[in-house]
Design a protein around this ligand. Structure first.
Ligand SMILES: NC(=O)c1ccc[n+]([C@@H]2O[C@H](COP(=O)([O-])OP(=O)(O)OC[C@H]3O[C@@H](n4cnc5c(N)ncnc54)[C@H](OP(=O)(O)O)[C@@H]3O)[C@@H](O)[C@H]2O)c1
Length: 369
């Protein structure tokens, strides 16, 4: 008998759909699929074999969200309705006020890093609130935590993601495009250094069969969180890239125009490029990958470099960002160990094994360091 009511806001979105598919069959979970479009929510519940009453029209930004969540008896809310860059914490606050746990997939640097400002409020209500339950920083920090005991001193973390042909949803693309060509700071060789979104072009070689991919710098939560979490760190960088080089270079060139002040923002390009990426999908590699390279001094006092990788094929890469939310929701709904109380970025909450266990059945292969 299901006893844990889980509401996925943005439940029929690109990542929300995958999360709902993974959790719909969990006998402990009563799943509610929500977004602003009731018809799309209903279409997904039908596909999942759930009754239409489990589909809801809900606007994250409309007043009265907290009483609505309380009325629905929501135990945990998963918030996927990005972009999170520039969003405030009204959804998290509504969840807390309704006495519900809150998990989001945010990739906004300030948004994820600032979630701890809700700590006292969440503790007072006795709920668990976490931000960034996704590839970054949940999986990236789990990887670093796993290899940390092999270092006497970890000095550098360089990591990145190359996507496969299947483009993520509009919210993800809009979030990335919001900082393309815009300046931001990151720690390099012990100093805060300026870079620009999607610039700092690099060619990275992933393990076969992914091979070489173009990557550009991204403004992500890890740039703020890792220097606090891993004392003595001198460098943290993150780069990402599209599967096809022409598409990657097109956005790189457009980001240059933003940097030069000739274009104000790439956000207006998100929708048309999102549509074009769908048409191009059959022409582009279905493989994607993530890498984390850690450098420092090993336990023997000698320089140590370790690289961990995750490879995805058959366009299964888009399941990876869903792993943390699925794993955490499964834990919350089970009768296992109670979740921590308070509000925190999603670091140190999952091991790599727990994260990847949520992706079983997909063509996702770990290449340990
Ligand atoms: N941290 C990481 O590593 C990482 C990695 C990948 C993605 N992400 C995050 O994942 C988020 C979701 O991405 P996606 O690709 O799934 O986007 P998407 O396909 O555009 O989905 C967004 C969903 O939110 C709903 N929505 C938008 N505004 C809403 C509102 N005001 N109230 C209620 N629902 C609303 C949308 O439906 P309606 O418009 O019909 O309401 C849609 O279902 C992105 O914002 C990105 O930040 C994070």
């Amino acid at each position: 008998m299901a006893h844990h009511t889980l509401l996925v806001l943005g439940g029929y979105g690109f990542f929300g759909t995958r999360i709902c598919h993974a959790l719909a069959g969990n006998k402990h979970i009563h799943l509610l699929v929500a977004g602003r479009d009731a018809a799309r929510a209903r279409a997904l519940t039908t596909q999942l074999g759930l009754p239409p009453r489990q589909a809801l029209a809900l606007d994250a930004h409309a007043p009265g969200l907290a009483p609505r969540l309380a009325e629905l008896g929501v135990d945990t809310l998963i918030h996927t309705a990005g972009p999170f860059q520039g969003q405030d914490y009204r959804v998290a606050c509504a969840a807390i006020d309704a006495g519900a746990n809150y998990i989001d997939l945010a990739d906004g640097r300030d948004f994820v890093a600032g979630i701890a400002s809700l700590d006292a409020r969440a503790r007072q209500r006795g709920v668990f609130v976490t931000s960034g339950a996704s590839s970054l920083p949940a999986l990236s920090s789990a990887v670093v935590d796993r290899y940390l005991p092999r270092f006497r001193q970890l000095t550098s973390i360089r990591h990145g993601i190359a996507s496969g042909a299947r483009a993520p949803g509009l919210a993800t693309m809009t979030g990335i495009f919001s900082y393309c060509g815009k300046p931001f700071q990151r720690l390099v060789a012990g100093r805060q250094a300026r870079t620009h979104g999607w610039l700092d072009l690099q060619r990275h070689r992933f393990a076969a069969p992914v091979g070489r991919r173009l990557l550009g710098s991204c403004d992500v939560p890890d740039l703020a969180l890792f220097p606090q979490r891993y004392p003595g760190l001198e460098t943290v960088t993150f780069h990402a890239g599209f599967a096809g080089a022409p598409g990657h270079l097109f956005v790189w060139a457009a980001a240059q125009l933003v940097r030069l002040g000739l274009l104000r923002s790439l956000v207006p390009l998100a929708k048309p490029l999102h549509a074009i990426s769908h048409w191009l999908e059959p022409l582009v590699s279905d493989k994607g990958a993530m890498f984390v390279t850690m450098q420092g001094v090993g336990l023997d006092g000698l320089p140590l470099t370790l690289t961990w990788q995750l490879l995805a094929a058959q366009n299964h890469g888009p399941h990876i960002p869903c792993g943390a939310a699925i794993a955490l929701a499964t834990q919350l709904a089970s009768d296992g160990a109670p979740a921590p109380r308070g509000a925190m970025p999603c670091v140190g909450l999952l091991t790599v094994e727990a994260y990847l266990a949520a992706l079983q059945g997909y063509d996702v292969t770990e290449v340990p360091a």
